[in-house]
Design a protein around this ligand. Structure first.
Ligand code: SAH
Length: 256
């Protein structure tokens, strides 16, 4: 017989994808449906939480940019405490847990406490948004590099984005709404053409999704005028151009 009163539970760091429940992995859906305890972000959609067992305990640790309801350390401590008490914990995070999701910190906290962890990838919002907006992130014609960066104000000035945006390259900016004006300035100061196309994708894959376009010089105006709300991604590059433009250019090439 086991001498411990109960075995340590496992923490499952699960990616919930960008919003549409159809974009969950089968592994994620199965874990959500059988979970007794789900600790989730604010980004995880209601439709996904609705898959949980009605008897499951759902704990929201939603974060807002300026109003952290639960600091990261408290989240780590909660996961560890529940697992050490013998419970399996589904830690459900928007998109992918290891793409700007602080999943790395939760993994380290669990490891340090001797708690077993399983990581389940999710469709990161950049990929979900690109598919839903029909913007190929790479394209044989005009994009052979794609980069993901965070545009959060803190540290924006220290971040070196040189060479990430420009001809033949796609830059996807997470958490960039609040600093849209500084982002545009930074990229243009780095030498990016003010005419470079940008797409802003709000609520990607949800039925409230909007895809808005402008040249990078007009990004801040677009965000303000359209009152774009979080969550939203900013895609910078030729691939973000109006589909009609690319078609027209293609037609011209064929005629010439
Ligand atoms: N781990 C997540 C990212 C968390 S950071 C992932 O892999 O997607 C939070 C940022 O992700 C938001 O500020 C926004 O830029 C982006 N985001 C998440 N879900 C989104 C959605 N449905 N539509 C647009 N952007 C989204």
């Amino acid at each position: 017989m086991d001498s411990a009163p109960y075995a340590t539970g496992t923490v499952f760091l699960v990616g919930a994808g960008p919003g549409d429940p159809d974009l969950l992995t089968l592994r994620a859906a199965r874990l959500i449906m059988r979970a007794g305890l789900i600790v989730h972000d604010g980004l995880v959609s209601e439709d996904i939480l609705a898959l949980a067992d009605p008897k499951a305990r759902l704990v929201s640790v939603a974060k807002r940019r300026s109003r952290h309801t639960m600091p990261q350390q408290a989240i780590n401590a909660l996961l560890v405490r529940e697992a050490l008490a013998g419970k399996d914990v589904v830690r459900l995070k928007g998109g992918d847990p290891f793409v700007f999701g602080r999943g790395g910190e939760e993994l380290e906290a669990c490891r340090a406490a001797g708690v077993p962890v399983e990581v389940v990838p999710g469709i990161t919002s950049a990929l979900g948004a690109a598919a839903a907006a029909q913007i190929p992130l790479t394209h044989r014609a005009n994009a052979s590099i794609v980069s993901f960066v965070t545009g959060q104000c803190k540290g924006l000035t220290e971040q070196d984005w040189s060479g990430l945006a420009g001809k033949g390259r796609t830059l996807v900016i997470y958490m960039g709404l609040a600093s849209a004006a500084q982002i545009a300035e930074k990229l243009i100061a780095d030498g990016l053409s003010p005419a470079m196309p940008v797409a802003v994708i709000e609520n990607a894959t949800k039925n409230t999704m909007r895809v808005l376009r402008a040249p990078i010089a007009g990004l801040a105006d677009l965000v303000a005028r359209e009152q774009v709300k979080s969550p939203a991604l900013i895609v910078v590059g030729e691939v973000a151009d109006e589909p009609e433009h690319s078609l027209r250019e293609l037609a011209l090439e064929i005629v010439q």
